[in-house]
Design a protein around this ligand. Structure first.
Ligand SMILES: [Zn+2]
Ligand SMILES: [Zn+2]
Length: 191
């Protein structure tokens, strides 16, 4: 699973380089990518470290002074485990979204972020947006969608559809079939 993440990440980096974006550490800092250790609702996140003092911005809101940095030297991208069950296309879309957060002035979903997203969408045919649409992404990946995190992963032996359940009673596999009529099989039990 982890190798798959690295492989898709490298594909993203190559594609971004091919459309002229500078991903060298000198420009955007160092990026590390890993699976999220916790079960997150979010697709992914990008943790920023080592703020660049040359990009310090001070804002005054009333009497309060707020210090912000617009460039960081270190980024850790975390992708949620459940995202790895989705189509490669959707996983890469998530990775692309998080890579944009590594660019200067892109630590939020503001103007600069949108500019990169638009450019990448147009040049490479991605669909990067502020937030993913879980319902759509699960449907595209042939996975039955429910909001919660699941303990059991069941697969249809005929059409390959994945079904997630938190409880499984003993006669589940005797009682139920996939909508396509296929036999169901328990393929994973998660903690
Ligand atoms: Zn984001
Ligand atoms: Zn089926």
């Amino acid at each position: 699973m982890h190798n798959k993440l690295i492989e898709l990440y490298e594909q993203c980096i190559n594609e971004l380089t091919s459309i002229g974006l500078d991903l060298s550490p000198k420009n955007i800092g160092e990026i590390k990518i890993q699976l999220s250790k916790r079960n997150n609702k979010r697709y992914g996140c990008c943790k920023q470290e080592e703020p660049d003092s040359k990009y310090k911005i001070t804002q005054k809101i009333g009497r309060r002074k707020i210090v912000k940095y617009e460039r960081f030297n270190k980024h850790t991208i975390e992708i949620s485990k459940w995202v790895m069950d989705l189509n490669d296309e959707i996983i890469k879309n998530t990775i692309m979204h998080e890579i944009i957060h590594c660019f200067p002035f892109c630590n939020n979903h503001g103007k600069e972020f949108k500019m990169y997203a638009k450019y990448i969408n147009e040049k490479l045919g991605y669909d990067i947006s502020r937030l993913g649409n879980k319902k759509e992404d699960f449907a595209k990946s042939n996975i039955e969608f429910e909001e919660k995190q699941y303990k059991y992963v069941i697969k249809c032996t005929n059409c390959g559809k994945l079904i997630y359940r938190n409880r499984l009673n003993r006669d589940f596999f005797r009682k139920y079939r996939c909508k396509c009529g296929g036999k169901l099989l328990l393929i994973e039990t998660r903690n």
